[in-house]
Design a protein. Structure first.
Length: 204
């Protein structure tokens, strides 16, 4: 497995050799510095803790996070994430060179927040009749029985907060890699708004 952190820059479109238009997302991926190496002997599992987006504003870091960087002897980073991968040493850089066009990746991030929404938008319910005299319209309809069990079942689709949740889109294709600009060009859309931090994972 190969993992890297990145930032969503936005969407655009590219044309292939046949003239077919493809919507793509631009991701500034890395470079990420290895801050900590976890081993099976000491930590019972193998993993790498990597940092992304170096910062000089150390005052905004809490003491535990600051201690991780000082122990490693690396710079200070705004984002830290652990990936189950091996083969790197502390202070080594992970860049987009580890990816190539045609790679299949999973991208995780926090989706756009939609606020409080009704059942038609949140759960794709059809709603009631929209004609004159209807008192139904966009309501959820019946949500339970009057006899047994005389309550509303758990996980029933109801109005509520929509979006702003961790979301993963799987099996996206890497269209192109720009090593000099630390850019990943990915086919289709990825979670979140512009500027959101993303986790990109490639299964080796």
């Amino acid at each position: 497995m190969t993992g890297i952190l990145g930032r969503k820059l936005g969407m655009t479109q590219v044309f292939d050799e046949d003239g077919k238009l493809t919507p793509v997302t631009l991701i500034e991926a890395g470079p990420c510095s290895v801050v900590q190496v976890k081993t099976k002997e000491r930590d019972k599992y193998s993993a790498l803790k990597i940092g992304f987006d170096e910062t000089k504003n150390v005052k905004k870091l809490n003491k535990p996070t600051k201690g991780v960087f000082e122990k490693a002897g690396t710079g200070y980073y705004r984002h830290l994430k652990e990936f189950r991968m091996e083969g790197y040493a502390v202070n080594e850089l992970i860049t987009v060179e580890k990816f190539a066009p045609g790679d299949i990746i999973n991208v995780s991030g926090v989706s756009k927040g939609k606020g409080f929404q009704g059942v038609m938008k949140r759960h794709n319910y059809s709603g009631g009749p929209g004609s004159h005299g209807s008192m139904f319209n966009r309501a959820p309809g019946s949500i339970g029985c009057s006899a047994y069990p005389s309550r509303v079942w758990k996980n029933k689709g109801m109005p509520g907060q929509m979006g702003a949740k961790r979301t993963t889109i799987r099996n996206l294709t890497v269209v192109d890699v720009k090593n000099e600009q630390n850019l990943l060009i990915v086919k289709g859309a990825v979670p979140g708004a512009k500027g959101i931090m993303l986790e990109i994972v490639k299964k080796d």
